[in-house]
Design a protein. Structure first.
Length: 452
């Protein structure tokens, strides 16, 4: 090990990273609102600036090395710069990065994903999860001839006007549990968009059904994330999921699953894990092998609305970078390597992470409950697991405790998502989980003081 390697192995910041990062942030703020292009990278008082990633480690510009449990917001299933993907992408980049021509690798990757997910007869690629959800919603409208959508309160589905309604509603505006209000995220959201989004509570089928019944003749789809991160990362209960599947079938409404994150849960995504088949599914993140991606897959008769060869084209659909060969090559290599065996090994590690974190909280005597599924976890600084967005909504004290928790982790060599969540990657071993839990014990002790 060289001297420079050694300085990177400890979670000890290098020379005055504060000054370095503060100066970069100042430059950034001069040219970008808030000093960034994605709010997720912001931290107080300034973001960390990355130098490089190596497997399950990420090294910042000050030379501090951390285990990466954020994995670019769940998009890096094999960690950073996996050799096979780097090699395949390098070769493709030399051959060109995009053509106004179709490619064979797009067909190969489509074949792989259609074979992988029981509910897919057909698939189309786009460039982000936002675009995938938008495409699924527009396809639902085109297919059913109806306009409204229903979605779960607090669930994140990207930036499309309709998909983001009530993603950030709060106790001051969310209204009654029997009829949650449709609350905009962005100022200027057209009232017509709000009027076309029906909000249902998570994991409460009787309440959700009562709301859906009222709008059944106007609904194109029910959009659902089977393990919604922002809602608390609790898997959808069978009664909720099967209830929605059955209700949508009976009422000529499509069931759209957003598996942008949850696809990692099983070989065929959380649908396979939970035993349902959606009519349409939005994918993104990890299926790009580290590159920007999205996809919509589903039943042939629904996907047909996207067919430009049809006599009447119901939903003309295109995108300059859709199915670009770099993403296709990287995604195909990544997903082929994330086979049945890799999925179950990573899920086993996920179980270990959740139980080790719960033990660390108990050892620190901190109120905490660990949610998650597959290779994902989310720590709630509360006595019990929340069952929906309203229960998961943190008090100001919990917000402070979460901040203290995540800061302690970052200062001690662990990068996490700032909701106290983490995503595993295949280069991880039991050792990384052990370090996660050891570090978390200190974080739980600090959080306990804030909560006391
Ligand atoms: N759906 C879900 C469940 C997501 O978590 C995200 C991104 N966090 C999106 C959609 C949007 O994906 P993207 O950021 O690629 O637009």
């Amino acid at each position: 090990m060289t001297e420079s390697d050694r300085s990177e192995t400890a979670a000890v910041p290098g020379d005055r990273p504060e000054a370095l990062f503060a100066a970069l942030f100042e430059r950034a703020r001069a040219v970008m609102p808030g000093g960034c292009s994605r709010n997720t990278v912001l931290r107080k008082p300034y973001p960390l600036y990355a130098a490089r990633g190596e497997g399950c480690y990420i090294i910042d510009l000050a030379g501090t090395r951390r285990i990466d449990f954020a994995n670019n917001m769940a998009s890096l299933i094999h960690g950073h710069a996996p050799a096979k993907i780097v090699e395949a992408v390098r070769k493709q980049v030399g051959l060109g990065t995009g053509y106004t021509m179709a490619t064979e690798v797009e067909i190969e990757y489509a074949e792989h994903l259609v074979a992988r997910v029981p509910s897919f007869d057909k698939i189309r690629f786009v460039n982000s999860g936002t675009e995938a959800v938008m495409t699924a919603i527009k396809a639902s409208r085109a297919c059913t001839g109806k306009r409204k959508i229903a979605k779960v309160e607090g669930a994140y589905h990207g930036l499309y006007d309709y998909a983001e309604v009530s993603q950030t509603s709060n106790p001051g505006n969310w209204g009654s549990e029997n009829r949650p209000e449709s609350i905009p995220v962005a100022f200027g959201t057209p009232p017509a968009a709000l009027a076309d989004v029906v909000i249902i509570p998570f994991n409460d089928f009787p309440r959700a059904e009562a709301i859906l019944e009222e709008f059944k003749d106007e609904l194109a789809c029910v959009l659902i994330d089977p393990v919604p991160h922002r809602v608390g990362m609790i898997p959808a209960s069978k009664s909720f999921l099967y209830g929605l599947r059955d209700w949508t079938r009976r009422n000529d409404v499509l069931l759209v699953c957003d598996e942008v994150i949850t696809f990692r849960c099983d070989r065929g995504g959380a649908q396979t894990m939970l035993g349902i088949e959606a009519d349409l599914t939005a994918l993104g993140k990890m299926i790009g092998g580290g590159f920007p991606v999205g996809a919509v897959g589903g039943r042939d008769d629904v996907m047909r609305v996207l067919d430009p060869l049809a006599e009447r084209v119901l939903f003309p659909h295109s995108g300059t970078f859709s199915a670009n060969p770099v993403t296709m090559v990287a995604g195909k290599v990544a997903m082929e390597a994330f086979d049945e065996q890799a999925v179950s090994r990573l899920n086993e590690l996920g179980r270990l992470a959740r139980s080790s974190l719960a033990e660390a909280a108990a050892a620190a005597d901190c109120p905490a409950a660990v949610a998650g599924a597959g290779s994902m976890f989310r720590i709630h600084l509360a006595d019990e697991l929340p069952q929906n967005y309203r229960q998961a909504f943190p008090s100001p004290q919990q917000v402070r405790a979460m901040q203290v928790f995540v800061d302690h982790m970052v200062d001690n060599g662990i990068l996490m998502i700032n909701t106290c969540s983490g995503m595993l990657s295949t280069p991880m071993q039991a050792r990384e989980i052990e370090i996660l839990a050891e570090t978390a014990e200190g974080a739980f002790r600090k959080a306990r003081e804030v909560l006391a």
